[in-house]
Design a protein around this ligand. Sequence first.
Ligand code: URA
Length: 208
Amino acid sequence: MAGLHMMEHPLVQHKISLLRDKTTGVKEFRELTSETAMLMCYEATRDPPLKEVEIATPLAMAKTKIISGRKLAFVPILRAGLGMIEGVTSLVPAAKIGHIGIFRDDEHNAVQYYCKLPEDIAERDVIVVDPMLATGSTAVHAISKIKEMGVQNIKFMCIIASPEGLEKLMTAHPDVDIYCGAKDKGLNENKYIIPGLGDAGDRIFGTK
Ligand code: URA
């Protein structure tokens, strides 16, 4: 059953507090984004089925388990989602990575400017990553695009979400599990999350 999974783990909460701090510099911000994404990915990858295999250890044969089932692809929403990729691929190094570039126009509508997804994406489970779920329009658009490619099982991971963004995403895509580090108060007039952490892309890439 799909739903909202709030990440209560103390390490996640601690790292989010450091991310929020305006005195956190670009190097530390980038590292914290990656580490938070890795911890959240651990939670988001609890459900793949296991199969029993036999492995020769140096001493004996062992009946043991490996992950079976569909392979994984991560899709960061450009550009801030890129900051989560190192963390998630440190846990699942063989995952393929697609990219979707979406910006919000003056009316805050989602406009796609780039999309490059793995050719075999329909055979994979997909985790879409974006540190900030603000209005929800970019996440809804990205997930619709991925569904159009035939993907059956999609999850969404964000570090901070607004209530408005969560509502919009859960209404548009009720089948998508959402993994979220913190749910904040709401959006300001420029559609930034309050209190949030500012512009995640600028803080990851040091552009402001
Ligand atoms: N994107 C960000 O980087 N920050 C916000 O608060 C909202 C959208």
